[in-house]
Design a protein around this ligand. Structure first.
Ligand code: ADP
Ligand code: MG
Length: 394
């Protein structure tokens, strides 16, 4: 059943609380990457164009101490948002509850935005304190969930507010994520190939298992491949290895027989550095060396496996892509996926998205998810509480 979206709400003249993801990277008061602010604009523009009085909320960073509060003051976002929304009045409220906030909400005119201070200034936010969710919900008439990066967390601002506001819906950003991830993970056109990599098996167990259930082939690369190599009896040298996950890797190998595709060679290095000495070897890695990327035969094998795929989900880099000498596997896989004719191609995971963008593939996939943790949990088949709470379409 599809969820309501912002277009299903009659927002004219209404106070609409929007939970966005304005958790921008910043140095002091300087925003170092404004992608998240930009991503919030379409929903905000729709709402202000349609006469809503917008109460905008987001968290910023982690807040435990007063020092953290000073470091994560959300006021830095207001001027950037105002620049991105010419003609729209953007006000900032420095507090998260009380008279000043309530007065500013009451003074809002249709088409204006009031950005409230960092939701995490409230201790109850991360605990989904019922009193807090109810209080914030009381400030508005309606709620719009547009913080995809936070929907995997049941917090007061993501779940508490919509639990208290009947009129709720997804914003455009979350709608697109749900649509694209849903198309790939829940309703894939076959053949469906999943490519999993990244650092650790332990981070990806649930994704591997869910993909083994759903995909036709599951390719495994990256650092986590070595725990599988070890489980197969190979020598892994000083590659990334999770000793305590070898048994689990054995079980996964058994379950995935015929489906699981592992690398057949590696680019190995004599230290964890871009200027290390390197060589290409098969599945056995000599002592003193570590695998930092997949090798050329593996790239060919993965390309063959991808050939003809109509749905591809990719999570986890094939190697230490941050170092140019070990980025080739990730680059080649990116290229192969992006060239598949007529395929739905989705990237989830924070580092995978960063890798694809860094390597120049920003516009070459059907969808690059904006929420690292949330997309990972989606690929694990988990229910995302911030989405589950939103009403279904009538
Ligand atoms: P995502 O954030 O997309 O879910 P992960 O966080 O699981 O991805 O993994 C990303 C990290 O995995 C990258 O920082 C990359 O350097 C690392 N990585 C990939 N391959 C290796 C390897 N062979 N050895 C060590 N680290 C690796
Ligand atoms: Mg990561």
């Amino acid at each position: 059943m599809a969820k309501k979206t912002v277009k299903d709400l009659d927002v004219n003249g209404k106070k609409v609380i929007v939970r966005a993801d304005l958790n921008v990277p910043h140095k002091g008061s300087e925003i170092t990457n404004d992608n998240r602010v930009k991503a919030a604009v379409p929903t905000l523009k729709y709402l202000t164009d349609n006469g809503a009085k917008v109460i905008l909320m987001s968290h910023l960073g982690k807040v435990k101490t007063d020092e953290d509060k000073a470091k994560n003051d959300l006021s830095i976002v207001a001027p950037r948002l105002a620049e991105l929304m010419p003609g729209v009045t953007v006000k900032f409220c420095p507090v998260t509850r009380g008279e000043e906030l309530e007065a500013m909400v009451d003074a809002l005119k249709p088409g204006e935005i009031l950005l409230m201070q960092n939701t995490r200034y409230e201790k109850g936010e991360s605990k989904n304190d019922p009193e807090l969710g109810k209080y914030w919900a009381g400030l508005g008439d309606m709620f719009v969930e547009d913080a995809f990066g936070s929907v995997h967390r049941a917090h007061a601002s993501t779940v508490g507010i919509p639990s208290n506001l009947e009129d709720n819906a997804l914003g455009f950003l979350v709608e697109k994520e749900v649509d694209m991830l849903g198309k790939a993970v829940d309703d894939p056109v076959h053949p469906f190939v999943a490519i999993l990599g990244g650092a650790k098996v332990s981070d990806k167990i649930a994704v591997i298992e869910n993909m083994l259930d759903k995909a036709d082939k599951v390719i495994v690369g990256g650092g986590m491949a070595f725990t599988f190599e070890k489980a197969l009896g190979h020598n892994v040298g000083s590659s990334l290895l999770e000793e305590d996950k070898i048994d689990l890797a054995k079980q996964i190998l058994k379950k995935g027989e015929g489906k699981l595709v592992l690398p057949v060679d590696y680019v190995i290095a004599d230290k964890f550095a871009n200027d290390a000495n390197t060589q290409v070897v098969g599945e056995d890695i000599p002592d003193g060396w570590m695998g930092l990327d997949i090798g050329p035969k593996s790239i060919e094998l993965f390309k063959e496996t991808l050939n003809g795929a109509k749905t591809v989900v990719w999570n986890g880099p094939m190697g230490v892509f941050e170092m140019p000498n070990f980025a080739n596997g990730t680059l080649q896989v990116c290229e192969a996926i992006s060239e598949l004719p007529g395929a739905t191609t989705v990237i989830g995971g924070g580092d995978s998205a960063a890798a694809a963008i860094q390597l120049g593939f920003e516009d070459k996939f059907s969808h690059i998810s904006t929420g690292g943790g949330a997309s990972l949990e989606y690929m694990e088949g988990k229910t995302l509480p911030g989405i589950a709470i939103i009403k279904d379409k009538d």
